[in-house]
Design a protein around this ligand. Sequence first.
Ligand code: ZN
Ligand code: ZN
Length: 360
Amino acid sequence: MPHPHAARLDRLRQLMAAVGLDAMVVASLVNVRYLTGVASSNAALLVEHDGALLATDGRYLVQAAAQAPWLRQLEARDCLAALAAVAAGAGIVRLGFEAHHISVEEHGRLQAAAPSAHLLPAGHPVEELRTVKDPDEIELVRQACQISDYALAALLPQVRVGDTERATAVRLERLMIDAGAEDLAFATIVAAGPNSAVPHHTPTGRPIERGDLLKIDFGARVGGYHADLTRTFVVGGPPADWQQEIHGMVRQAQRTGRQALAPGAGLAHVDALARQVIVAAGQGPGFGHGLGHGVGLEIHEAPMMGPAATGTLEAGSPVTVEPGVYLPGRGGVRIEDTLVVRDGPAEPLTTSSRELLVLG
Ligand code: ZN
Ligand code: ZN
């Protein structure tokens, strides 16, 4: 069994043993991919103490055999039920499942297929394992971030007053794909003028106007791993005082957050340190989201940094730091980077300039 999936499965088995599970069915497709390397739109994985069995349907069998030749496979349409039947046939009693990834209906089918088994919510053990990345995973996040930085640098000289948000977003997306991204990390946000005050604005046909703040939040995906990068610009001339003021405030909050990233730092504490910069300037109510999130096989994953978060950062976690200030009807600023928590200063993976650049 090749590195690194054998090691990941072994770590999962340790977590399963600690809570007394005989086996576990993994329903999350992202978690299946993490544990096996197999990317499928219909799959599930049975993890036992001495093996693992992948269920997927006929469309994916050849690909799965190529991606994970060491893995036993079972052809099935209802993958969860098929694996539950195998587990029951093997005499497994305490069978864990991912309560946050299966529907009530799927749970019923699981129980019907394994009537003798005790189905037990297993918590989030795979998500916990995914929080700290191995070097190969970090390398993929790094490549996604490099493509994102490159694409933004190529876009900026092309931004023009009169171009629409949507056309600008499509141009940026094209640049990422041409530079080697396998896909977008998520739907690109290009938000101009008052739209920049909407944290997750969807690009529209609104033309970019002189004097607009222009907020761009986007990322590339490489090998299943995501990048997340936000910059805010001003278009067509020097910034107004209020634009400079909120940009400076967000930039300082973002620097504070980046510098607070360290193994053992409380997730809520890092959020609070950065948030305090914005609160002290009287703009706290306009920062309505958390400071940042983990990035990996999903664009938003553990650890989540926010006021109500519990837990601490660990070395080897790629996370974002993305404070924002949003003034409804006028405009908003967000600055976001993806960094890796390290012993010592965090390692920045996105490196585009954080200054308030004038475009167009
Ligand atoms: Zn983002
Ligand atoms: Zn983000």
